[in-house]
Ligand binder design. Structure first.
Ligand SMILES: [Zn+2]
Length: 371
């Protein structure tokens, strides 16, 4: 059989020349056009070389000034080479080396594929780990700036007794969080739409329309439990981080957070247009439920309020913009069912609020009607 190859020698112009190689019964014959060079197979030297050991070299002690190579691997299977023990052993060694090279290459490639796979599989864990590096102080500052932005043009309820009553009534829920790095502050703004939202760090904004349409403290607590959970689960910062490139996240995980903070500082202002993912919504529902139970507040209020929202906004979505949390609310059937199944079989007796919700509502209405 004929193989294509290259001869290397000072004999040729440029030091090399394309040739044809033939493996005979006792010689490997290199056809140089002007002459044929025969390397006896019995003491032929075969080796690998070149980039990635892709070239198969043929040398012979009797012809020290000339070397041949081919990239055609089929030559190693040529039966004529296998008749000679010495050549057979050389071929075997060369093949062993090729297998070794291949395993090293496959090992390295596999390692990188595994790393990339891990980056994607554990992306959400990495995002959480990175978010945990961001100090709550930063979130509180951003949250205060955002508060000014999003409440611009709205009347903020200033009746301090009313806000004090709201804050006091929410205390069991806030206590259930346990973590004191968040400073929860409750605000009511005049807006007839059914909405409430949480800003990073703990400012919770409730539209007056949401209170007007709630039937009990339990319903209001249900909504606020969900909102508080967006804060404690750090959904704002996690949302920002997961919008960053995977390599910014990875470098922050391995210790260099400077790129992360630079990007976050720029992105902080655009937080209000950030969307919560479906995953975060479910997480906020479940965590909110956990806080309600811990605070001994009847969780059926959360479910009945979600049903109310679903009725008001039947075109349910899976995600929500952080400041439009309930106005375009995604109280999907699936989320209601999830909460219902999670509350099945639990106790039915819970703490009863001593202060009247109706009186609170009336007082709010009077305050808003004042001007
Ligand atoms: Zn939400």
């Amino acid at each position: 059989m004929i193989y294509q190859g290259v001869a290397i020698s000072n004999r040729f112009e440029g030091g090399r020349k394309g040739i044809e190689v033939e493996v005979g019964l006792s010689d490997v014959i290199f056809n140089l056009e002007t002459e044929k060079i025969r390397f006896p197979i019995y003491d032929l030297e075969i080796s690998l070389g070149g980039a990635s050991d892709r070239l198969i070299y043929f040398k012979h002690p009797r012809f020290p000034d000339i070397t041949f190579y081919t990239t055609d691997k089929k030559i190693l299977k040529d039966p004529n080479l296998h008749y000679h023990d010495h050549a057979k052993k050389s071929v075997k060694d060369v093949n062993k080396k090729r297998v070794f090279n291949w395993s090293v290459f496959a090992g390295i490639a596999g390692f990188f594929i595994l790393i990339i796979l891990c980056l994607f599989l554990f992306r959400s864990q990495m995002v959480r780990a990175v978010a945990n590096q961001v100090p709550p102080q930063w979130e509180r500052e951003v949250g205060d700036q955002l508060f000014d932005q999003v409440t611009l043009g709205h009347k903020i309820v200033e009746d301090s007794l009313l806000i004090a009553e709201l804050t006091k009534t929410m205390q069991p829920l806030v206590k259930a969080v346990g973590d004191t790095s968040f400073h929860f502050k409750f605000f009511i703004i005049e807006d007839p739409t059914l909405n409430a939202f949480a800003l990073p760090g703990g400012n919770i904004v409730i539209h007056s329309g949401l209170i007007a349409k709630s039937s009990s403290w339990e319903e209001l607590c249900g909504v606020l439990g969900h909102e508080i959970s967006h804060v404690t689960e750090r959904h704002h910062i996690r949302g920002l981080v997961s919008n960053l490139g995977i390599f910014v996240v990875l470098s922050a995980v391995v210790g260099d957070a400077s790129a992360l903070f630079g990007t976050l500082a720029q992105a902080g202002g655009s937080l209000s247009s950030l969307m919560y993912s479906r995953e975060y919504e479910t997480e906020a529902d479940e965590k909110g439920l956990e806080y309600l139970l811990k605070a001994d507040i009847n969780p059926s209020g959360m479910i009945s309020f979600f049903k109310k929202l679903q009725k008001e906004h039947p075109e349910a979505k899976d995600t929500e913009k952080i400041t439009e949390i309930l106005s375009t609310h995604p109280a999907t059937q699936e989320r209601i069912e999830n909460l219902t199944s999670k509350t099945k079989g639990i106790k039915t007796k819970f703490s009863v609020f001593k202060n009247s919700f109706d009186t609170f509502k009336k007082r709010l209405k009077t305050d808003l009607d004042k001007e």
